[in-house]
Design a binder for this molecule. Structure first.
Ligand SMILES: Nc1ncnc2c1ncn2[C@@H]1O[C@H](COP(=O)(O)OP(=O)(O)OP(=O)(O)O)[C@@H](O)[C@H]1O
Length: 277
């Protein structure tokens, strides 16, 4: 039977004096997922998910293909609603309000929660227009303000120096790794609270991957980051907490050190040690 990861994770860590003790007390919770179930038609893709996500941390979601990682991520900005057969029960509290409540305006949520996808997806526009796109939609027309936002966002995504002399060239002319950082900059331009990342480095070479990983570490000072990754070394390198999903359930959720060095559940141990998945 699956342990309740939320209720027992800290008490288990307290019993392990050599492990880093993670306290929830100092950090605020950005998302609280409570009894979340999700179906695509008859497919029960998420089962009884309980997960609290802290602000200013990197939370990694790991697990084998088809276990529900992307589905869970896409519930956090309600993108999953784009699939007509989707049905959900339970609650996802974002800053203490249930985003699954129909009264919660999805447009409002999307201004707070940005998303970066597996494949870099810049618009077929100039670098400048890619970053200015969101702010313009929100009514900002003043050129000087837009210039400031563009520079700040590109600096925030650690790509300003590489593109500052070619802001009006098409973003498609950049490398894949640069395009991904443009997409992160585009996300920052709307000043989100949370950044969701769905395997953001799986299409990138090792050097670009390293740059994005370093960037994630930097960004967590100001944002809460939730990242789906197949790359367990990446989860171990960059995340504070890790949730292990299997068959639509959260099997274990704890400090990343614990998940990778001393997991409580045999299935987590088998997965992180490469015995399946
Ligand atoms: N649009 C959809 N319509 C129907 N079923 C879906 C849809 N998207 C996902 N599923 C099903 O939901 C389950 C979870 O899929 P999901 O994509 O969330 O898994 P994942 O862990 O992200 O997988 P991967 O690592 O391969 O990306 C799977 O059984 C999948 O087939």
């Amino acid at each position: 039977m699956v342990n309740n990861p939320i209720n027992n994770k800290f008490s288990q860590e307290d019993e392990q004096p050599n492990l880093k003790i993670v306290s929830n007390e100092a950090k605020k919770t950005v998302y609280q997922t409570q009894n979340l179930d999700l179906w695509y038609g008859d497919t029960h893709a998420l089962k009884g998910i309980q997960l609290d996500i802290n602000e200013n941390e990197v939370t990694a979601i790991i697990g084998p293909s088809g276990c529900g990682k992307s589905t869970y991520l896409k519930t956090l900005n309600r993108m999953v609603e784009l699939v007509p057969s989707v049905r959900t029960t339970g609650e996802i509290l974002y800053r203490e309000r249930n985003i699954l409540d129909k009264e919660y305006a999805v447009e409002e949520l999307r201004t707070k929660v940005g998303m970066v996808f597996q494949k870099p997806n810049p618009f077929p526009k100039s670098i400048y227009d890619n970053i200015a796109y969101g702010p313009r939609i929100h009514g900002i027309k003043n050129r000087r303000i837009l210039d400031e936002i563009v520079e700040k966002s590109l600096r925030g995504a650690a790509i300003w120096d590489e593109v500052k002399d070619r802001l009006h060239e098409n973003a498609y002319g950049l490398s894949g790794g640069q395009q991904q950082r443009i997409c992160i900059a585009r996300c920052l331009a709307i000043e989100p609270d949370v950044i969701l990342m769905d395997e953001p480095t799986s299409a990138l070479d090792p050097i670009s991957t390293l740059k994005v990983e370093e960037l994630v570490q930097e960004l967590k000072k100001n944002y809460s980051i939730i990242i789906v990754t197949h790359n367990m070394q990446q989860a171990a390198r960059i995340s504070d907490k890790t949730a292990f999903f299997l068959n639509g359930e959260v099997i274990e959720y704890a400090a990343t050190d614990k998940i990778f060095s001393n997991p409580s559940d045999k299935r987590t141990e088998d997965y992180v040690s490469g015995r399946f998945g």
